[in-house]
Structures are given as C-alpha cells and as structure tokens.
Design a binder for this molecule. Structure first.
Ligand code: HEC
Length: 508
C-alpha cells in the first residue's frame, strides 16, 4: 500500500517533469546532462581533416558527413534518449558525470523494449568516459603507458573513509593501496572478504579497490557516518542514511561508488599491455614498494533522482575471458589460459577458498569463462563506442574496454532512511549481471556465500544481481558501551552501499 503510494508519487514527478520538458524548461530527469560546469569545451565536430573550414563567400554544398559525424549520428539513433534532455549520446570531453537517466518513457521500459534500455547503456558509457578522463584535465584520454590518475582514481578510497579516525579532507589522497579482497563476495554479518580469490593467467591474485565521489564523501563526513558510533547515532536518534541522489544542493552530482579490479603487470608483458590497458601504480597490501597494475574490471554505481535503486554499470577489459566453450587458442586472456584444460578446477561455481576444499594454492590460475554472453545491445554500443574513441584518440587504451551491461530498476521505489529490512529491488533490468573479474563465481549459481537474489523461486536465484545483493547490504554497529533494548533494531540497511560495514569504532 505504502509502496504503491510512493510509486504514484514518483510517477507524478515524471509527468510533471515531462510537461516541463515539453515547455522547454530545464529539468533534471535527463540523460547525459552535466549540471556542474566542466573544466573544458564540449566535443567539437571536426571535419575530415580535423580543422574548421574557412568561411567562403558563396554557400558551398554540404560536405559529406565525416566518419566521426556518422558514428555520432549512429549513437544518437542507438541511444534513443529523451530528446529534450542533454547531449543525446555519450560525449568524449572532460565534463561532470551525467546526473540522471530519464525514465520518462517508463511504459516502454517496463515492456523491456530495447530503446529504453539502450539509453541506460549510453548513460553507463558516459559515466565510464567521464570517470576515466585524466584527473589533471589536460592529458590525453587513455594515453598508452600513462599511470597518472583518472577522475575516479582521485576519488576518496574506502579505506581512507573508514579508518580509526575522522577522514582527512577531500583532495588529500593517500597513495593507491589495493588489497586481495574477494572476487566472490560473502555478504553475511561477519563479512569474510578474503574468503575466496581470483588468480590470473600469470599466477597473481587479482586486487580490488573501492572509492566514493565527493558528494558521497561530503555527505558521509557531514553526517559522521564514517564510524560505528556515528552510524548508530544516525540510525537511532539522527536522520538515518540516505545518500544524495543529485536532486538537492549541495550534492548536485549524486553519490557515485566505484570498484575496480587490477591485474599485476608481469614485466615480460609490460610493453604489450601498455598499449591496451589503463595502467596505474599501486601498493599491494602492506608491501612497501609500488607495482604497475592494469585495470581489468570497473563497477560504477550511481544514485540518481529517478533511480533510488541506483544505476549499476559494469565494464571489463576485452581480453578478460572467453565465452564458455568458445576460447580462441591463439588469444591471451587475463583470466583464462587456453593451454590449460577447460575443465581445470576451480571453475565458475567452485571458488578457491582458504576454508573450502580442495585447497587451491593462490598461484594456480583460475579458468574463468563468461557464462552469460554480452547482450546484443551492449555489443552494438561497444562497437560504436570503440569506433568513436578511435576516431578521436587513435591510440587510447579505452577502446579496449567493453560495457557488460547496465542494471537499473524498472519499477523504482522510494526507500526509507532507517530501514531494518532489506531494501526494495524495484524489478531489476536485466535480472542478473556479473563482471567476470569481480563476480567470477556467481555467474551461474550461488557459489556458497551469501550471494542473494531475493526471490528464491526465480530461475535466477543465486546468480549475481547488483541490486539484488546490494539491497541486502547492512550494518550492525557492534561497539561496546551501548545497551540495546530487547526487541529494538540492531541492524540497518545502508542504501545499497556495501561500504559501511567497514566502519570501525572510533576512540572516544
Ligand atoms: C553477492 C553480493 C554482490 C553482488 C552480486 C554484487 N556486489 Fe557489489 N559489492 C558487494 C560487497 C559485499 C561489496 C563490498 C566488499 C567488496 O568490495 O568486496 C561490494 C562492493 C561494490 C562496490 C564498491 C562500493 C560499495 O558499495 O562497497 C561497487 C561500486 C559495486 N559493488 C558494484 C556492483 C555491481 C555493478 C554489481 C553487479 C554487476 C555488483 N556490485 C554485484 C556485494 C555484491
């Protein structure tokens, strides 16, 4: 009843926004529309030679469209985003991340037709382009061999936000430190983050890091959500936890969270990898000396005014893994070695774990394959984006990354700020989604952890669903000195963010 009421309110909001859009007003329910002014110009429309034609006295016939213009037009047609809203296709220029993606044509979306979903796919690609722009604003997009940080790498690291003390101010980033958390994530009360691991073709473990954007960071700081005490207070006497969606000042971008998967670059492969991978230098675990690492997977989650269940985009390097049974013996995959038997264990649903048997040494490569082929929509868009990137930045490493898919809620539902039960999933589209470098073992079925797809009667039960699992992310502040009355809540759900379980007890 309450949910239906909220749904009606949300629908009304869209209708109002549509009317405003029809009147030519600037509305926020738009795809790909930067609201903060970006540091540079928007994408130019160069001619074939890349120069601006000199003005002439007579009007010459229109020149034929350039290759770049053709791709740009194809993208406009492909994306199908609402025309009254912002740039109608992903733009290759330094700019603020797109704030929202329109659900105005929600009727089309709920019948699962392609056009609406493809606008979300384009939104995902726009996020990827924007977040991977060089943080210094001036360097080339995806310059081979560059290890300088891109925008998302300048975000605040999760371990910096949740330490034993109040986090340092935005912009004072510590050196990148990545850790062997898990590829398989066990979402239980006591999260066993290192329970399972993923070993790449070279015998190195894959490493992960998570970061938050400035809006999310400032919201956490303003509400003291970086400590167990602060969280407990927020959920009991305070205003709860509702991360900004970008609809209200001062948080006009909305919360963005990223999780990256990195592969150590073997010295012998360095030259070959430089031209195809986004590289970085990182400290591994507690090791003192940095190593060069290559980006093989990137999750980007963004809360938006129209999507309280967030929009979940996931990208991989194109060389990660073959589709099941379709390995190319001549190819060098990050997470699959054609020289090893395809049946080599562990496979996708039998993860190597320090607790499970058979005990598997961390140096044994795991044979990962993709169990759900990349959708036709993503493949078409990836082909267009790869061409667009190549035409603008011929040697950019980002032409070698691909969108796996974008997951979003077809029936978005408002959430409470102090929920003590799992959050609504809002009918995710697509129902399941996995990145083979991050949810490697959850592609097929629950790999033994707390991988939750909420509806047990669903054929997809146990498979990776970004929203399905993140809806269950919760915290139980466990610090001493608080007496919880019998029957009072002791567990709260954290707005689809799995970061808050990291909060520690701060010394008083
Ligand atoms: C089985 C549960 C599960 C599934 C499925 C899952 N995640 Fe997560 N995710 C987690 C947990 C737990 C963490 C925190 C621990 C970690 O990073 O390993 C996390 C971390 C993240 C982060 C870093 C910020 C944060 O909230 O901690 C992002 C971004 C993210 N996931 C996106 C995704 C996307 C996109 C998908 C779908 C393609 C996805 N996740 C699928 C459980 C899950």
């Amino acid at each position: 009843m309450a949910e239906r009421h909220t749904q009606r309110a949300v629908n009304r909001l869209w209708q109002v926004a549509c009317c405003l859009a029809a009147l030519g007003a600037t509305v926020t329910l738009t795809a790909c529309s930067p609201k903060k002014s970006g540091p540079g110009p928007t994408e130019p429309t160069p001619t074939a030679t890349g120069t601006t034609p000199a003005p002439t006295a007579t009007t010459p016939p229109d020149p034929p469209p350039t290759e770049l213009e053709k791709v740009q037009q194809q993208l406009v047609e492909f994306c199908g985003c609402d025309a009254s809203a912002g740039p109608p296709r992903p733009e290759l220029s330094p700019q603020a991340p797109p704030r929202d993606v329109s659900l105005q044509d929600v009727g089309t979306c709920s019948t699962r037709q392609t056009p609406c979903h493809s606008c979300f796919s384009c939104f995902g690609w726009q996020l990827f382009l924007t977040l991977n722009w060089p943080a210094d604003g001036g360097s080339k997009f995806g310059a081979p061999g560059a290890t300088a940080p891109v925008i998302w790498e300048a975000y605040k690291g999760a371990s910096e936000v949740f330490s034993k003390s109040v986090p340092t101010a935005w912009g004072s980033a510590a050196p990148k430190r990545i850790v062997a958390t898990s590829a398989v994530i066990h979402l239980t009360e006591a999260l066993q983050a290192d329970n399972n691991w993923l070993t790449d073709r070279s015998g190195n473990v894959v490493y992960y890091e998570s970061r938050v954007n400035e809006d999310e960071f400032e919201y956490i700081v303003a509400n003291k959500l970086y400590s167990q005490q602060g969280l407990y207070q927020a959920f009991t006497t305070g205003t709860g936890l509702s991360l900004p969606d970008g609809s209200a000042a001062p948080y006009e971008e909305g919360a963005i969270e990223v999780k990256a998967a990195w592969r150590i670059v073997p010295e012998a492969e360095r030259a070959a990898m430089e031209s195809r991978y986004k590289l970085s230098t990182a400290l591994i675990g507690d090791a003192p000396n940095p190593v060069t690492v290559a980006l093989i997977g990137l999750h980007i989650a963004k809360k938006t005014p129209s999507s309280p269940q967030w929009v979940w985009a996931t990208f991989e390097h194109e060389d990660n893994a073959p589709d099941a049974g379709a390995a190319d013996p001549s190819k060098s995959y990050n997470l699959y070695d054609p020289a090893l038997a395809a049946t080599y264990r562990p496979n996708q649903s039998d993860p190597p774990s320090k607790f499970d048997s058979p005990a598997t040494p961390r140096t044994k490569p795991v044979q990962v394959s993709r169990l759900t082929p990349i959708s036709a929509v993503s493949q078409q868009l990836n082909a267009l984006m790869s061409r667009l990137i190549k035409l603008r930045f011929a040697d950019s490493v980002f032409q070698h990354y691909q969108l796996i898919d974008v997951q979003w809620a077809k029936e978005p539902q408002a959430t409470q700020a102090k929920p003590t039960a799992p959050l609504p999933t809002g009918s995710p589209m697509p129902a399941t989604l996995a990145n083979v470098a991050m949810e490697s073992y959850m592609q097929e079925k629950n790999s033994g952890g707390g991988a939750l797809y909420l509806d047990e009667s669903s054929p997809d039960y146990g498979k990776s669903s970004c929203i399905g699992c993140h809806a269950t992310a919760a915290i139980t502040p466990t610090f001493a000195g608080v007496t919880i009355a019998p029957g009072a809540p002791r567990r709260w759900f954290t707005d689809y963010s799995a970061l808050f379980f990291r909060a520690q007890k701060h010394p008083n």
